[in-house]
Design a binder for this molecule. Structure first.
Ligand code: HEC
Length: 160
């Protein structure tokens, strides 16, 4: 009887280990672009993060004019710089999701300036950031260079 329980426990542990491994697997779709384009996208991402941090600081001190200003800098005008550079390089759905985030920030800026309601802004921010979360769950970006390197590596593994 004792043996049976031990066996069952071992089986459960093995199952947990297998499921944990399966969960760790990176299932995000890989977007392959040039190294320069990748740097450009990641730079924009970091600008989004630091802009949101500034918006939160301004919200905490109820400085709605500053909120509007920081939100506007993350709006559609932010995308013009990137347009030529990234034209056609990114999947359509990716671009659409990205653009809708910038549109959200224009709306956040307008509402912050007119309504001056920090709770409303927080709600908008939270809603819009669901798009950050959703996109990050779906995609990863590699440069063409990185991809060919990892292909070479897996090639080597096959022959070992
Ligand atoms: C349309 C898709 C998409 C949206 C929307 C999006 N991101 Fe990203 N973001 C990505 C991808 C793809 C990466 C790279 C992930 C990887 O390769 O592992 C990334 C990376 C980042 C990084 C890391 C940058 C670095 O230097 O490595 C930050 C920070 C970031 N995003 C912040 C944000 C924030 C904040 C938002 C929302 C306001 C946001 N992102 C919205 C796709 C998106």
């Amino acid at each position: 009887m004792k043996m049976k329980i031990q066996k069952i426990l071992v089986l459960i542990l093995v199952l947990i280990a297998i499921t944990a491994q399966a969960g760790d697997e990176d299932k995000r779709q890989v977007i392959t672009i040039t190294e320069l384009q990748r740097e450009h996208v990641l730079e924009e991402m970091r600008a989004l993060l630091s802009g949101i941090q500034k918006i939160l600081t301004s919200l905490a001190s109820e400085d709605m004019a500053a909120v509007a200003q920081h939100a506007r800098s993350l709006g559609m005008h932010m995308t013009h710089k990137a347009e030529d550079h990234l034209k056609g390089a990114l999947p359509k759905e990716f671009m659409q999701l990205g653009m809708s985030v910038h549109r959200d920030f224009d709306q956040i800026a307008m509402d912050a300036a007119s309504l001056k309601d920090s709770k409303h802004t927080l709600q908008q921010l939270s809603d819009s950031m669901k798009k950050c979360v959703a996109c990050h769950a779906s995609y990863q970006i590699r440069s063409a260079q990185q991809t060919s390197q990892s292909n070479q590596n897996s090639h080597l593994h096959e022959h070992q």
